[in-house]
Design a binder for this molecule. Structure first.
Ligand code: SAM
Length: 312
């Protein structure tokens, strides 16, 4: 593989799947070229390998590169539209679960697009990749016991936990049948079944999971999708064992078709953690690309955040 001076694979040596996906995306949206070039330069050779195998998985499910390009561009287009709305109105377009649920979580066609697209942004968007790297690096590698993930969606974080940690049982809870099916297919494809997993299709707040029952609880990009995030955080504090590893990501001023709860600052979120019985052990605050945190807050630009938490 040809390498750049930074030790990254040169564009000419991109794996075939990734080159084909890039070309299909740029064929439909040539304006995305400079973003895509920078995005690919930010992906390490190891991550390229993971994305390549993820695209293989999709192709073995009968999905074409053109379909995956559509998935990715659907997220790009929808996010841009919502950003314009947000900058004009200073609020997200929707504020209740009922307003978005049928069009997103319970719409199989859209949700499939959305989750495949989101998995691809986990590699290509620098903010999403930063959250994924933080998750991968912070994940305890030698702790044992029960791992719970709320809203696995495309399943890539759950798969990574199964592959890289020593937890022995894995439970995923998601309100969308489409997310559950996509996660199940991913885990089965990559042999996650060897460790054993259970996937439950239900609202996390209705789940009858055991109190003090989990050694690890992960919830990526869910808090901004719910009407009352405090209920989710209190439920996490109830289900976690005293010394459990807790990992939560969310976003601030980051509109999307199904974001209904607007967080306006890291401080607001951090107070909520504390009010819900959780304390912060580690954090990643990722301002808008090319801006400082202050500029992002002032200009209402998207900030991504990830926290390692524990029970108080
Ligand atoms: C944006 S995706 C996040 C996927 C993945 N965790 C990530 O970080 O990229 C949000 C997921 O949360 C699920 N979700 C939303 N509300 C939920 C609820 N009340 N209970 C369980 N899952 C929920 C959605 O169906 C979707 O699969």
């Amino acid at each position: 593989m040809t390498m750049t001076p930074q030790g990254k694979p040169a564009a000419a040596s991109l794996p075939d799947n990734i080159r084909a996906l890039r070309d299909a995306i740029l064929g439909q949206n040539p304006m995305h070229r400079s973003f895509m070039t920078a995005a690919l330069a930010n992906v390490t050779p190891e991550e390229m390998g993971h994305l390549d195998r993820y695209i293989d998985f999709c192709r073995q499910r009968g999905l074409t590169i053109a379909y995956l390009a559509d998935c990715y561009l659907t997220i790009v287009g929808d996010t841009l539209r919502e950003q314009i709305y947000f900058q004009k109105n200073k609020k997200y377009r929707y504020s209740s679960f009922a307003q978005v649920a049928d069009n997103v979580y319970f719409n199989e066609e859209y949700m499939s697009f959305y989750m495949y697209g989101l998995a691809i942004t986990s590699f290509l968007w620098p903010n999403h990749l930063a959250l994924f790297r933080f998750f991968r690096d912070m994940l305890p590698k030698d702790k044992k016991g029960a791992y719970l993930e709320i809203g696995p969606g495309h399943g890539y974080f759950l798969l990574t936990a199964m592959q890289r940690s020593a937890y022995s049982s894995f439970t995923g809870v998601d309100i969308s049948e489409t997310s559950i099916a996509q996660t199940r297919a991913l885990l089965e494809h990559f042999g996650g079944g060897k460790k054993g997993f259970e996937l439950l299709c239900m609202d996390f707040l209705d789940s009858k999971l055991p109190e003090n029952g989990f050694d690890a609880i992960v919830m990526g990009e869910v808090l901004e999708h719910v009407e009352q995030p405090e209920h989710f955080l209190k439920q996490i504090a109830r289900l976690a064992k005293k010394d459990a590893y807790i990992f939560v990501t969310t976003c601030i001023n980051a509109p999307a078709v199904d974001h209904i709860y607007l967080f306006s600052s890291p401080e607001q979120l951090e107070k909520l953690f504390s009010d819900c019985g959780l304390k912060i052990r580690n954090q990643l605050i990722k301002p808008y690309e090319g801006k400082s945190l202050e500029e992002s807050l002032q200009q209402l630009l998207a900030i991504n955040v990830a926290y390692v938490l524990e029970r108080k």
